[in-house]
Design a protein around this ligand. Structure first.
Ligand SMILES: Cc1ncc(COP(=O)(O)O)c(C=O)c1O
Length: 463
């Protein structure tokens, strides 16, 4: 390496290290970070991200810098109430003290693991999950994200299929509009063309049924049986998150359980988004008292401090991984940073009754949103959801964008996205205060009033 290049790289990394060590910057320094950030994204991250921000934000150069509780601040100090919750990670709010303490305490003596000796925090975290998940779910494999959790669950289900029948075709049935991640296996069971089409062909023998329709699942399993396609597992989210907070009929999951048992098919519950209290119970599937065969988790599992995912299953189904624990591994899976965060997150979740808070605050917010629907009926078509996984469906994509953008300007962040702009999600932390909830509703009311006028004047498309 040339000495000049080495010096230049050292100077850059020193600058970033210095910045990390500081929370307060003067106005010139703040602007310098914004400029650096914009240029670095343009040149080295992905200029497409900046283009996307331009279309969905009133200030696409907003750079995040600091967070606490249920709010975060951009580098200039503008406060945002977090109604996006990092797409579902901030159940406990930002930098919850119990989780931060767990992780920093652990960091004082060990960060990552040898992968040869036994790591005790992985044991404690697994024990807690076995205690807190339904039925006989007991053995946990830790990984680093939700999509990896689903990859592992699919592999485990396929091993189970092969165990029952050597030439098992190991098909999977998933749900239309279900979202399970973007790595190859998880994408193959994700039911939305926008994410799938560019990558065809995906994994074989994956079939899709409408979400919430148990008879359709039964019929599809009958078809698969008739054509000789053995199905290893059916995968579903307890509430469809990315699809826009779709809650299934009350009898859906009990029927799913019966149908899976009837056909000898495993039921995988993807709790990546619905877990850790999001929908008002610790796990989404708890609403219906149903025990899945495999459950996958991620997002809020690490208390919004350390990324972590996992899947958990019964001793019987997990057996192939016991016979050969190296059949499925990942370098960082179950590391002490991640598992100390899981322990801290579960502790805080239980101690503060996060599911109960999500249920009560979600019900309160949904009532207020329904009142707003009554006030602006042409604009807001539907209010859906369970607990703090709420979807607001607007009359048009343009109107949905306009409301999300208006809220951004008002200091409330929501999840308006490029592909489902008509519906945006309200997924705040369960630790929201009453004052913050009042503010969210008041600001939404203001923005909707303005967008309604624009729609009426024909400046924003109504359909
Ligand atoms: C239900 C569900 N499963 C899986 C995933 C993928 O998780 P990750 O983005 O951590 O890979 C998501 C992400 O949104 C999700 O909502």
């Amino acid at each position: 390496m040339e000495e000049a290049l080495r010096q230049q790289a050292l100077q850059r990394s020193r600058k970033a290290l210095d910045l990390m060590a500081r929370s307060q910057l003067d106005a010139d320094e703040q602007q310098a970070v914004v400029d650096d950030c914009r240029i670095n994204f343009e040149r080295y991250v992905n200029p497409g991200i900046l283009e996307y921000r331009k279309s969905c934000s009133t200030d696409y150069t907003a750079v995040e810098w600091r967070d606490e509780g249920n709010v975060f601040y951009d580098i200039h100090g503008k406060q945002f109430i977090d109604c996006l919750g990092g797409y579902g990670i901030y159940m406990l709010g930002h930098r919850h003290p119990t989780v931060v303490k767990a992780v920093t305490d652990q960091l004082q003596h060990q960060a990552l693991h040898s992968q040869e000796l036994l790591d005790p925090m992985r044991g404690y975290a697994s024990e807690l999950l076995a205690m807190l998940t339904p039925g006989d779910l007991r053995y946990t494999f830790f990984c680093n994200s939700g999509t990896e959790a689903n990859e592992g669950a699919l592999k485990l289900a396929k091993l189970h299929g092969k165990r029952k029948k050597a030439n098992h075709t190991n098909g999977i049935i998933s749900c239309l509009r279900g979202f399970h991640g973007k790595s190859f296996g998880s994408l193959s069971i994700t039911g939305k063309s926008a994410w799938r089409e560019p990558f065809y062909p995906l994994a074989p023998n994956v079939r899709f049924v409408p979400y919430g329709d148990a008879d359709a699942l039964d019929k599809e399993l009958d078809i698969c049986d008739t054509i000789g396609l053995d199905i290893a597992a059916f995968v579903a989210e307890p509430v469809q998150g990315e699809a826009g907070a779709h809650v299934p009929p009350d009898d859906y999951f009990p029927k799913v359980r019966e149908i899976c048992d009837k056909w000898g098919v495993l039921f995988i519950a993807d709790e990546v988004q619905t877990g850790m209290g999001r929908t008002g119970t610790l796990w989404g599937i708890d609403h219906w008292d149903v025990t899945p065969d495999i459950m996958t988790m991620g997002k809020a599992l690490g208390g919004a401090v350390i990324p972590v995912g996992c899947f958990i299953s019964t001793p019987e189904i997990f057996e192939p991984f016991m016979e050969n624990p190296y059949l499925h591994t990942t370098t960082f899976g179950g590391n002490p940073m991640a598992t100390s965060a899981v322990i801290g997150a579960l502790h805080a979740t239980l101690e503060e009754d996060i599911p109960g808070q999500a249920a009560a605050k979600g019900a309160w917010l949904r009532e207020r949103f329904l009142e707003l629907q009554g006030k602006y009926p042409e604009l807001l078509e539907e209010v859906r959801g369970l607990g703090l996984l709420i979807g607001l469906e607007y009359c048009s994509e343009a109107a949905g964008y306009a409301v999300a953008t208006g809220l951004f300007g008002e200091g409330v962040l929501t999840g308006g996205t490029l592909f489902s702009a008509k519906t945006f999600r309200i997924e705040p932390p369960a630790t929201l205060t009453q004052h913050e909830m009042d503010e969210i509703v008041a600001r939404l009311d203001r923005v909707m009033g303005h967008v309604q006028e624009e729609v009426r004047a024909g400046r924003i498309a109504a359909e």
